[in-house]
Design a protein around this ligand. Structure first.
Ligand SMILES: Nc1ncnc2c1ncn2[C@@H]1O[C@H](COP(=O)(O)OP(=O)(O)O)[C@@H](O)[C@H]1O
Ligand SMILES: [Mg+2]
Length: 224
């Protein structure tokens, strides 16, 4: 569904990705692992159409992201992709509920349908009581669960997550990933997740390891 072919990227003169081939299937959960600076975030952003790679091609359901105009690419991202970053990055002036409503407003989902879906999701994530609070008034784990809700509420094809548990303690991090996995499974959403956490990467269908901007070939025993 999401295919990267011979992707390379350089910032100014520094080459940080080269000859990367990745295929993500519908509903597949992929962990992106590797040391700091190995190019994980850059690859994630290329796959998500946030960065135009210097070389190669990224296609989503057969559509070449590089051939789209900026407006078309941004529309595709809004419709088909969801994002979770290391910190929740919710809009501070809005309540959790209003934050989760945003993607549906952008998609022009009818108001009744929006309300129903958001309230259901907040309930499912144990956030019903926090729904009317602003991000600053809830815990980091609650904010990150709201960020997960925002990433999946419009039923995207792919959720991209960049170290989504990096700012949380272990227990809260585990909850956040549990809900992300559960929702992705329910909705058939693919997940591409950068993580340093080996336990998390083992729960993915597959791990892709980067080293100095290249994919490390997998040893057979590392497949589960
Ligand atoms: N905007 C940028 N401009 C210049 N260099 C960058 C930029 N973003 C990342 N880099 C460099 O690219 C390399 C890969 O970074 P990144 O993709 O963030 O790796 P990771 O997520 O694995 O830590 C690093 O050496 C980093 O310093
Ligand atoms: Mg990174």
């Amino acid at each position: 569904m999401l295919v990267a072919e011979n992707v390379g990227h350089a910032y100014q003169t520094a080459t940080v990705l080269s000859e990367v081939d990745v295929t993500v299937g519908e509903g597949e959960k992929v962990a992106l692992v590797g040391p700091s600076g190995s190019g994980k975030t850059t690859l994630l952003y290329c796959l998500a159409g946030l960065i135009q790679p210097s070389n190669g091609r990224i296609s989503f359901r057969g559509e070449d992201l590089g051939a789209l105009g900026d407006a078309q690419r941004s529309e595709l991202r809004q419709r088909s992709f969801g994002f979770v970053f290391q910190s929740a990055e919710l809009v501070p002036e809005l309540t959790l509920r209003e934050n989760v409503l945003l993607p549906l407003e952008l998609q022009k989902v009818p108001v009744r349908e929006r309300t129903r879906r958001v309230d259901e999701l907040l309930e499912q994530l144990g956030l019903a009581e926090q729904a009317k609070k602003r991000p600053a008034k809830v815990s980091g784990g609650q904010a990150q669960r709201a960020a997960v809700a925002r990433a999946v509420v419009h039923r995207p094809a792919v959720v991209f997550a960049d170290e989504p548990t990096g700012a949380l303690d272990r227990a809260n991090g585990a909850v956040v990933v549990d809900v992300l996995w559960e929702l992705a499974k329910e909705q058939g959403t693919a997940v591409v997740m950068v993580t340093h956490d080996r336990d998390l990467s083992l729960r993915a269908d597959r791990s892709i390891e980067l080293l100095d901007g290249k994919i490390v070939p997998q040893r057979p025993e590392s497949h589960s």
